[in-house]
Design a protein around this ligand. Structure first.
Ligand SMILES: Cc1ncc(COP(=O)(O)O)c(C=O)c1O
Length: 347
């Protein structure tokens, strides 16, 4: 297995390569952090208030929610809980419709599971029949993302229900909703009918808290229990636990960002149409653009001008593709100016 290639630490320009909120968090978060007392930092963190705030936000009771140190930690815990080879020799299988968030692949390998990839259709619509055909008695986790990363294309809730009904009884269906705020759609209301489904959420994207590392898993308590065993007991720090409450108390900050994202996507689509670039309509805060044989010129030329984009051309089905965060309108406009400059120079 090749190791996860963490994107380089580029903080001296415009970061449009990791789907972060480039406008940052709510000012209320900074106020709450500034009020933290020395003794609060001296103690192991309490989680009741932060868990209740997240549960209220997601419309569930607190026992159906587990905080994690970023959703990344929740995904690793799922792999550790469900994808370790069993004593009898069975190698658990993780089913991943591609292209997908590459962490699923790496965490599956770390746990010792076997990766079963389902290759994408050219238009990136969800390959339900192929996913169903790839389910085996050894399937233990199905990793689904709605909307998907890196395509931004939605995964139909009906397809998730069908998969959840068809997997072996030991299997878990994980629905990664890292970008759900942008899509306005969630599987959470379905969870009471599907005890084998866990939804993952993050506060890194729409809520602008990536640097603090906080996310959560939502599901039936008995389904969460074995996963929580694989999460260190104090993995979420006090700053994140305080910040999440302050962030959720400022929904206007989120609403503002969602409006900016919608406007940014429209601007980028229009630019792609003008420049003759193919793209996929996105339900997230980024757009996948096919720059064909101009991909390297675009990514390198933009980086030289201080705008960082994510080359996704080696991901399955993504030859020639670049992923561009579409958040704050002013940042998108800067990106568009750079794209026009680079691509016209490369033409
Ligand atoms: C689909 C998906 N899931 C999970 C994550 C990880 O989120 P977090 O920052 O909460 O670890 C990301 C981040 O890029 C993502 O794109």
């Amino acid at each position: 297995m090749s190791h996860y290639q963490k994107p380089p630490e580029l903080y001296d320009g415009l970061r449009l390569h990791q789907n972060e909120n480039t406008g940052g968090c709510s000012p209320r978060v900074l106020e709450a952090l500034a009020k933290l007392r020395a003794d609060e930092i001296g103690f192991y963190p309490p989680y009741t208030a932060a868990t209740e705030a997240c549960a209220r936000y997601l419309g569930v009771t607190p026992e159906r929610l587990a905080l994690t140190n970023g959703l990344d930690e929740g995904i690793m815990a799922i792999a550790v809980a469900h994808l370790r080879p069993a004593a009898g020799g069975l190698i658990p299988e993780a089913l991943v419709p591609e292209p997908a968030f590459e962490i699923y692949r790496f965490d599956t390998a770390v746990a010792g599971g076997r990766l079963v990839q389902v290759m994408p259709k050219p238009d990136f619509t969800f390959p339900l029949d192929d996913v169903l055909a790839a389910i085996t008695p050894r399937t233990r986790v199905v990793f689904l993302t709605n909307p998907n990363n890196p395509t931004g294309v939605p995964t139909p809730l009906g397809a998730i229900r069908t998969i959840a009904r068809r997997v072996p009884k030991e299997a878990l269906v994980f629905v990664d909703e890292a970008y759900a705020e942008f899509a306005g759609e969630t599987f959470i209301p379905d969870l009471p009918s599907f005890a084998n489904v866990v939804v993952g959420r993050t506060f890194s994207k729409a809520w602008g808290l990536a640097g603090l590392r906080i996310g959560c898993l939502v599901g039936a308590p008995e389904t969460l229990e074995p996963i929580q065993q694989a999460v260190p007991v104090y993995s979420v720090n006090i700053a994140a636990a305080v910040a999440i409450q302050a962030a959720l108390a400022d929904p206007d900050h989120l609403r503002h960002y969602l409006r900016q994202v919608a406007e940014s996507k429209a601007l980028l689509y229009a630019t792609c149409d003008r420049l003759g670039l193919k793209y996929w309509k996105s339900a997230a805060n980024f757009v996948l653009v096919n720059a064909g044989d101009r991909t390297a010129a675009l990514v390198d030329g933009a980086a030289a001008r201080g705008v960082y984009l994510r080359d996704r051309s080696t991901e399955p089905g993504c030859a020639g593709c670049v992923r561009i965060s579409t958040g704050i309108v002013e940042h998108t406009q800067r990106c568009i100016a750079v794209m026009e400059e680079v691509l016209c120079a490369a033409a």
